[in-house]
Design a protein around this ligand. Structure first.
Ligand code: ADP
Length: 701
């Protein structure tokens, strides 16, 4: 049992049995159809066709092959337009409608049944049947319910989740009839509906179509099969594009008064919603996995190279800033012997700076200067460093690894432990080769200190490698240092009084002489604010100490130069990134164009069931955006691993490690960049798909 024609009243699907008005439902007057090929050769396929079809008629258009039957059917179904003449549907002039209005006509009034079924291969029976209602803007749940009901009424309740390839020809044709009825199917247009079926299945389909006509659907069949024609109430014969014979409409009094078919949900039409678009896009992407993979790969390579480039640039920038120390402010007591001029900086000053200025990321204080160190009878003078860091850093701020033992901890400083970590030069000077200094007791300015650890041979800062013959003496200079806990040094080694202070900076090492004056080192988050922050700190310290008995050093000139150079570098980098993304765009455009070419028939089917141009365009855009999003995410990982791999490969080649840094903002940039790439790339193919002619698209093999 087929359901009667159905319409929606207050959200409910109800049957309707209204009577048709007097005017014919379909009226053609003097319709010509002339095709013109690229060379301008004109073929007249229909000539002066005039006919009227009443609602509820079952008409078979017959005639020899090439007579123009399909062309006429396409015009009736608004898939094609007449070259001349008039077509009125339900009293309305159809020839003046634009592409989208024609799509709406197909969606609301017509149901197509094709010889080749024309079901979407990647969709199940149920999804195929739902499709016309989805283009109508019907929600997923009611569309699913109605599709199920239709399929069940056509004996396909066991086949809801089967794909077309899993169905027999007869089952496919019944599925396509269900699809034709989905939006009401006021007019069913069937082009050789039995042509691909055996006689039993063909007869089944014909009796279904007769039943639909009996229920009030207007059925127009194209067939050159005499048996099919015999099954219709009326036969119109075409020859050479002209109506050669017409058995004529049944006398209206003898025709059972047909119920008027209302299109269910007429008036809706916001098109496919985003969830439906996404679901559709995912299905299509999954069904064309090779093309999808190529799109993802294009974007992944583009975004990946940008990410690798960014991470290298970010790493280099951080390295340079570290080396330049442009974010650094150093404050020390004034080099003056006058106690009334110089001020003794204290750890409290560092605390105040930290709490006053949020831009300050770190403060360290240190006391350093030359002191005597002795083991047994061997005495040396070395640079003693007492600082709050718990990790020794080489001249370029990189961690300086230990050769033996352990480094100082915060507890060592809090408990004022008398422990020391020796630089390699001091260790060699005090201890004979082969002896382990760790655990030995040395004297610093006469106070006993336990050797806790010994540092590695000192690393040289990058970019200032000395000539070969000087490397050893440089290393010796840098290694000539010993670290002691900060508070231990302040308690034992630093004189309470401010002594005459001399800053010594011989290019390799800088310290304050004599040992005792506190140096505060401040780091700021943004090196461009160094100058302003330094000046604010100056004001704060003057307020605290009552006079400017200190100096504040910044390396602002260096930072300025760096900013300028880096700006230039960013432009170059942006250019390279743009080229990488352009290549990705070209890749996605090419793949999507191929996809549009390969999916012409699918596009034709969608148009036949009512997809408007923008529905088709959105589909390709959404598919490209999804693939590109995945590509962006893959590119992020790819770029990350490429960066790490590059660093690992390149490091053994150079003396310095290749810096790679990943910033959090790479993630949104890569994902948005990926999606933008996909959208831009899909614009041309999507337009091309949307502008396809439905008849041409359907004819695609
Ligand atoms: P039928 O369905 O009766 O076999 P058609 O309507 O398919 O006939 O085609 C009628 C004639 O029009 C055929 O000769 C066909 O080659 C021609 N024709 C159909 N479409 C086009 C077209 N787009 N361009 C040129 N000729 C066409």
């Amino acid at each position: 049992m087929l359901p009667n024609a159905i319409r929606m009243v207050e959200g409910e699907l109800v049957e309707t049995a209204e009577h048709s008005p007097a005017s014919p439902l379909i009226e053609l007057r003097g319709v010509d159809r002339i095709f013109e090929d690229e060379d301008g050769v004109r073929t007249q396929v229909l000539a002066d066709v005039t006919l009227a079809i009443e609602a509820g008629e079952m008409v078979c258009i017959t005639g020899p092959s090439g007579a123009g039957k399909s062309t006429l059917l396409n015009i009736l179904g608004c898939l094609d337009r007449p070259s001349a003449g008039e077509y009125r549907f339900d009293g309305r002039d159809v020839t003046v409608l634009d592409a989208d209005a024609l799509a709406r006509m197909r969606r609301n009034e017509f149901g197509f049944v094709f010889q080749a079924f024309n079901l979407l291969e990647s969709a199940t029976s149920q999804q195929n049947v739902e499709l016309p209602a989805r283009y109508l803007g019907l929600g997923a749940a009611p569309a699913r319910a109605r599709a199920r009901k239709l399929l069940e009424s056509l004996g396909l309740s066991e086949r809801l989740d089967h794909r077309p390839s899993e169905l027999s020809g007869g089952e496919q044709q019944r599925t396509s009839i269900a699809r034709a009825l989905m939006n009401g199917g006021r007019v069913i247009l069937a082009d050789e509906p039995t042509g691909a079926l055996d006689s039993a299945q063909g007869e089944e389909v014909m009796s279904l179509l007769r039943e639909l006509a009996a229920r009030g659907h207007t059925v127009v069949i194209v067939s050159h099969d005499a048996a099919v024609a015999a099954g219709a109430n009326r036969r119109i014969e075409l020859r050479d594009g002209r109506v050669a014979a017409d058995s004529g409409a049944m006398a209206s009094e003898s025709r059972k008064v047909p119920p008027r078919i209302e299109t269910p949900w007429k008036g809706r039409g916001q098109g496919l919603g985003l969830p439906a678009l996404l679901r559709d896009a995912l299905t299509c992407l999954g069904a064309n996995s090779l093309r999808t993979a190529l799109m993802v790969l294009s974007v992944a390579l583009g975004v990946g190279s940008v990410v690798a480039l960014l991470s290298l640039a970010e790493g280099i920038e951080r390295r340079i800033l570290d080396t330049l120390q442009a974010d650094r402010i150093e404050i020390h007591s004034l080099g003056s012997s006058n106690k009334d001029v110089a001020v003794q900086l204290t750890p409290a000053d560092a605390d105040a700076i930290r709490s006053e200025f949020p831009i300050v990321t770190a403060t360290h204080f240190s006391i350093q200067g030359p002191l005597s160190i002795r083991w047994g009878t061997v005495a040396e003078e070395t640079k003693i460093r007492a600082e709050t860091r718990t990790q020794p850093t080489a001249a370029d701020q990189r961690p300086w690894p230990l050769a033996r033992g352990a480094f100082l901890t915060e507890e060592d400083s809090e408990r004022r432990e008398q422990v020391v970590v020796l630089g390699p030069t001091v260790a060699e000077a005090l201890f004979e080769a082969g002896t382990d200094p760790v655990g030995e007791l040395v004297q610093i300015e006469g106070f006993p200190f336990l050797v806790k650890g010994v540092l590695e041979r000192s690393p040289l800062p990058p970019g200032m490698e000395p000539p070969e013959e000087m490397v050893d003496s440089w290393r010796a200079t840098f290694g000539d240092v010993a670290y002691v806990p900060f508070h231990t040094a302040r308690a034992l080694l630093a004189p309470a009084e401010v002594a005459p202070v001399v800053h010594i900076d011989d290019g390799f090492r800088s310290f304050t002489k004599p040992f005792g004056a506190l140096t505060i080192e401040v780091r700021v988050a943004d090196s461009t604010t160094v100058e302003a922050t330094a000046s604010a700190i100056r004001d704060l310290l003057i307020r605290t100490h009552g006079r400017e008995g200190f100096t504040i050093n910044t390396d602002v000139e260096l930072a300025d130069t760096f900013d300028r150079m880096w700006g230039l570098h960013s432009v170059i980098q942006g250019g390279i990134a743009a080229v990488a993304l352009l290549v990705a765009i070209v890749g996605v455009t090419a793949t999507t164009l191929v996809a549009v070419g390969a999916r012409r028939r699918e596009i034709g089917i969608r148009m036949a069931v009512g997809a408007r141009r923008r529905d088709i365009a959105s589909q390709f855009l959404v598919e490209a955006a999804i693939a590109a999003f995945v590509g962006g995410a893959a590119g992020l990982l790819l770029g990350y691993w490429a960066g790490i791999g590059f660093a690992a490969l390149a490091t053994p080649l150079g003396s310095t490690q290749v810096p790679i840094a990943f910033a959090g903002w790479f993630v949104p940039v890569a994902l948005c960049g990926g999606v933008a790439t996909g959208l831009v790339a899909a614009i041309i193919p999507a337009r091309r798909a949307a502008r396809l002619d439905p008849v041409d698209a359907l004819a695609d093999e």
